[in-house]
Unconditional design. Structure first.
Length: 539
C-alpha cells in the first residue's frame, strides 16, 4: 500500500498540491501522510476514503487546468481504483458488527452481551473460534452521547440498586460482615469505604438523613438532591462529566459500566473494595501479557528453532513440564504455569475437583513442589523476551521474505511486550506474522496435489519456466497465473507453507514426472523478495 500512496503523493506534488493543501482538504495530518508514504503505518477506512475523494476531486474539478495531462491523470485514476478495491475488501464498522451478531443470532445470552459490548467498543478484535476467521475492531473510538442515552433504562435500574445496596449495608459494622464469613481485612476495608450516618452526624451536625445513599452521592458528586432523585426516577440522564465522576467514585473504569448490564451484589461489594478491585485488574493485565508473550514464544520457536540458544530454551521448557506434551509445546508450558498459580489461590474440596478436573494433579502437589516448579518456570520465562532473542528474530525477518506489514507487526509486538503489556487475541492481532495451522494431513496433501496439478497448466507452466515474465499474456492467462500465485502464497501462513513444502518434497521422491520438482522450486523462489515483488508488486 505504501508504494501506491507514495506514487499518488508524488503526482500531487508535481501538480503543486503540497502536504499543507492535502491537510486543508482532508484533515489528514502531515505526520500521518509521511508515515503512510514510508510504510511505517497504514491508513484506516476513513482516511483511505478521504484520499480517494481527494483523487476524484483532482480528476473532476479543483480549479486546475483541464484536461489533465496523461502523466498526471493515469496515476490518480489508478490510485482511486486501487483504493476502491481495498475498501470493498474491508468490512465497514456496521458490516463488522452485523457479521458478529449474525454469527450468534441463535444464542440470546451472547446477543444480550454482544450488542452493548459492540456499541461501547469493548473489543479490539474478533475471532470466530469455529472457522478461525476474524478482523480488527476500532476499540478507541469515541462513544456517541446518543448511544449512551439508549441505555438509560439500564442506568436507572443500576442506580436504584446502588442506592438500595448502600442503604442496606450502611447500618452494618465490621463484625456483621465477619459473621457472614468475610475475612476481617475485607470487612474492615468495606466498612471504611461505605458511608455511615454517624460520619455526617459528627462532621456536619446532622441528626437524621432521610436517605443516606442519596445524600452521600449528592455530596460526593457535587450535584443537588433533586438531581439524584431525577436520575433515580429516570427523569434525567447524567452528563458525561457526572457519569465519569460516578464511575470514578465507585472505582469503575469501563465504558459499559452502569449502562450495558445489570450489577450483581458481588459487583456492588467490589465498588467499596478498591484494593481487591486493583488486584483483579492487575491479574487481568498479567493474563493478557502472558497470552501475548506466549504468542511471541511461538513466533520465536517457529522461525529460530535451528539456533542453539533457542533449541536449548525449547528443550528446557519441555523438560520442565510435569505432564507429557500433547499438541503445542508453548501452549502446554504457559497453561501449566497458569494452572500452578491458580492451584495455590483456590481452596480445593471435592466440588472443586469436579468443577476443575484439569487442576486436580496440581491441587494434590505440596506447596514446596509447586513453588519449586514455579521458580524454574519463571526463570525460563525470563529467558524468552530478551534483547538477544529480539535481535535474532529481527535478523531472521530481515533475511527472509517478509512483507512490510509483517515487519510492522513484529515491531508492534515487541513494543507492546517492552511496556509489560498485552493485547486481546494476539493470534488475530498479529496473524500476518504467524498463524497456527489447523489443516489436517489430508488437507495438506490435497493442497499439495492441487498446486502441483495447476503448475502443469500450459500458460502457468510457461510463465514459471520463463522466470515469471508477464509479457504477451492474454487477460485470461494473466488471471489464471495470478490465481495460482495467490493460492501458492498460502496467505503467507509460514507454518502452512512449511507443511506443504515438506509434503511436496516427500511426493517428489516417488513421482514419475517433474510437477513436484517444479513446485519445490516455486516455493524456494517465493522466499526471494525480488521474486515476490516481480509477481505481486509489478507496475
Amino acid at each position: 500500500m505504501s508504494n501506491q500512496i507514495n506514487e499518488f503523493l508524488n503526482v500531487l506534488s508535481k501538480m503543486g498540491i503540497t502536504y499543507n493543501k492535502i491537510h486543508n482538504n482532508t484533515g489528514i495530518s502531515k505526520m500521518n501522510l509521511s508515515k503512510w508514504r514510508k510504510g511505517n503505518s497504514k491508513p484506516n477506512q476513513d482516511s483511505l476514503l478521504k484520499l480517494r475523494n481527494l483523487g476524484l476531486k483532482v480528476l473532476t474539478r479543483g480549479g486546475l487546468n483541464f484536461p489533465l495531462k496523461k502523466e498526471f491523470r493515469e496515476p490518480v485514476e489508478n490510485f482511486c481504483r486501487y483504493v476502491e478495491e481495498i475498501l470493498r475488501d474491508m468490512p465497514k464498522k456496521n458490516d463488522k458488527e452485523s457479521i458478529i451478531l449474525s454469527e450468534h443470532r441463535n444464542n440470546k445470552e451472547a446477543l444480550d452481551f454482544l450488542k452493548p459490548a459492540l456499541d461501547f467498543g469493548l473489543f479490539d478484535s474478533y475471532l470466530n473460534s469455529y472457522n478461525m476467521n476474524g478482523f480488527i475492531l476500532d476499540k478507541n473510538r469515541k462513544i456517541e452521547r446518543k448511544i449512551e442515552k439508549q441505555y438509560q433504562p439500564m442506568f436507572v435500574v443500576n442506580f436504584n440498586l446502588l442506592i438500595d445496596f448502600i442503604d442496606k449495608n450502611s447500618e452494618k459494622d465490621v463484625e456483621d460482615f465477619v459473621e457472614k464469613g468475610w475475612k476481617r481485612e475485607r470487612a474492615e476495608e468495606f466498612y471504611l469505604n461505605c458511608p455511615h450516618e454517624e460520619d455526617y452526624e459528627k462532621s456536619e451536625g446532622i441528626s437524621s438523613i432521610p436517605s443516606l445513599s442519596e445524600y452521600w452521592l449528592s455530596k460526593e458528586l457535587k450535584v443537588s438532591n433533586t438531581q439524584i432523585r431525577n436520575w433515580k426516577r429516570g427523569k434525567d440522564f447524567p452528563t458525561e462529566e457526572n457519569l465519569a465522576n460516578l464511575k470514578k467514585l465507585l472505582h469503575l473504569n469501563g465504558k459499559i459500566a452502569f449502562l450495558g448490564y445489570k450489577f450483581s451484589d458481588l459487583e456492588f461489594e467490589g465498588m467499596f473494595l478498591p484494593n481487591i478491585g486493583d488486584k483483579l485488574r492487575k491479574q487481568d493485565e498479567d493474563f493478557l501479557y502472558q497470552k501475548t508473550l506466549e504468542f511471541f514464544t511461538n513466533v520465536l520457536f517457529f522461525y529460530c528453532d535451528d539456533i542453539s540458544i533457542i533449541k536449548q530454551l525449547k528443550n528446557d521448557m519441555e523438560e520442565s513440564l510435569t505432564e507429557e506434551v500433547k499438541g503445542n509445546l508453548v501452549s502446554a508450558f504457559f497453561q501449566e504455569f497458569h494452572n500452578l498459580k491458580i492451584s495455590r489461590e483456590i481452596i480445593a474440596d471435592e466440588d472443586t475437583y469436579k468443577i476443575l478436573p484439569d487442576l486436580v494433579s496440581y491441587f494434590q502437589m505440596s506447596d514446596q513442589q509447586v513453588n519449586y516448579i514455579l521458580g524454574k518456570d519463571k526463570e525460563l520465562l525470563s529467558q524468552i523476551f530478551t534483547k538477544e532473542n529480539i535481535k535474532i528474530l529481527r535478523q531472521i525477518f530481515d533475511k527472509k521474505c517478509f512483507s512490510d506489514e509483517q515487519r510492522e507487526q513484529l515491531g508492534e509486538l515487541i513494543s507492546v511486550l517492552e511496556q509489560q503489556k498485552g493485547v486481546h487475541n494476539p493470534f488475530l492481532r498479529f496473524r500476518l506474522m504467524y498463524s497456527k495451522d489447523n489443516h489436517s494431513q489430508e488437507d495438506i496433501e490435497t493442497i499439495t496435489n492441487q498446486l502441483a496439478l495447476l503448475l502443469t497448466v500450459p500458460s502457468i507452466s510457461k510463465w514459471f519456466h520463463s522466470e515469471y515474465s508477464f509479457e504477451n499474456l492474454t487477460d485470461k492467462e494473466l488471471r489464471d497465473i495470478m490465481a495460482f500465485a495467490k493460492l501458492a502464497f498460502l496467505d503467507n501462513n509460514q507454518e502452512l507453507r512449511e507443511k506443504v513444502t515438506k509434503c511436496t518434497a516427500e511426493k517428489m521422491r516417488n513421482a514419475t514426472d517433474n510437477r513436484y520438482d517444479d513446485l519445490i522450486m516455486f516455493f524456494i523462489d517465493l522466499s526471494n523478495p525480488s521474486v515476490i515483488q516481480r509477481i505481486f508488486e509489478r507496475k
